[in-house]
Write a protein that binds this ligand. Structure first.
Ligand code: GLU
Length: 298
């Protein structure tokens, strides 16, 4: 009998260079997989192609390499995976789980807001596209009732999808597949068993679990790391002008990332060689020390 090896992954959206916030997610996901003797994969989440300038993905991989990350197998690139996403959509169509929608963003502007700032779909096209309107996107029909899961860091999470998210888009009006569909199909195809990522995605997780159930896919375990916030309390990102990781001085930044994740790296580790940093980090990683917070200032 073969014993299943845990599989983790880091799945950056190549909208901008690797910064401290994305380094935290890379480090947490990698160490949690390696600490359990598992595999660790990297996936480029460029499904939203217009937001991903050319060359940014390869820059992220170069920075990861400079930091001493070693991933297993080839990097999966979402922009090459349209056929798989389409197959999943067809499966859901055949099951009567999705429906075409004619609503525009402007028409939804008055509907209630979900915790992640998106609009809760009011269900306008649920029973058919209104006469004279043209379908633009495809939505997944969600069920009433709570979707619950145990997050290894954030604890028990429960979301009433119908009330808090509503039927959500899987194929967008501009022809691109939605992140929610891509991430679920990719995690399944790559055999991912543990999702470790930033807590900004905590509110997306019930939608992904629901989608996994609709597609008959295994649900991975989840651990949502605190997100790094700047002095204004904003998530570090390209939009908030987070500085890129300087590839010439990676070890001190990785030590800061470990400390951010509640580990206790000794001060002298800042001056260590990259290989020694990794030796210490792997030997001492403990998920139970990661602070139970959705965001923390750096
Ligand atoms: N691509 C997403 C991001 O960079 C992460 C998705 C995930 O880890 O599931 O925010």
């Amino acid at each position: 009998m073969s014993i299943a090896v845990p599989v983790g992954r880091f799945a950056p959206s190549p909208t901008g260079p690797l910064h401290f916030g994305s380094l935290v997610a890379a480090l947490g996901s990698c160490l949690e997989a390696r600490a359990r003797g598992g595999r660790w994969l990297v996936r480029m989440e460029d499904v939203d192609e217009p937001r991903c300038p050319p060359g940014v993905g390869s820059g992220i991989l170069r920075t990861l390499e400079a930091c001493g990350f070693e991933w297993d197998g080839p990097v999966l690139v979402q922009s090459t995976r349209g056929d798989r996403y389409r197959e999943a959509l067809e499966t859901l169509k055949a099951a009567g789980r999705v429906y075409p929608c004619a609503c525009t963003r402007r028409e939804l502007a008055d509907s209630a807001l979900a915790p992640d700032g998106a609009h809760v779909y009011p269900g306008t096209c649920r029973h058919g596209v209104p006469e004279g309107r043209v379908a633009r996107s495809w939505r997944l029909r969600v069920d009433a009732g709570a979707v619950c899961f145990n997050d290894a860091i954030q604890g028990r999470i429960s979301q009433d999808l119908e009330r808090e998210a509503g039927d959500f888009v899987l194929l967008r009006a501009d022809g691109y597949f939605a992140y929610q569909l891509a991430v679920v199909v990719d995690d399944a195809d790559q055999g991912v068993t543990q999702v470790v990522r930033g807590a900004d995605l905590l509110d997306s997780t019930p939608r992904q679990i629901f989608l996994q159930r609709c597609l008959g896919l295994a649900v991975p375990t989840h651990a949502h790391l605190p997100v790094a916030l700047n002095a204004d309390g904003e998530k570090l990102s390209k939009q908030t002008l987070a500085p890129a990781i300087d590839e010439r001085t990676v070890v001190p930044v990785m030590v800061d990332a470990l400390a951010f994740l509640g580990q206790s790296p000794p001060p002298e580790l800042r001056r260590a060689a990259t290989a020694d940093f990794w030796r210490w980090a792997r030997a001492n990683w403990e998920m139970s020390r990661v602070p139970r917070a959705r965001g923390l200032s750096i």
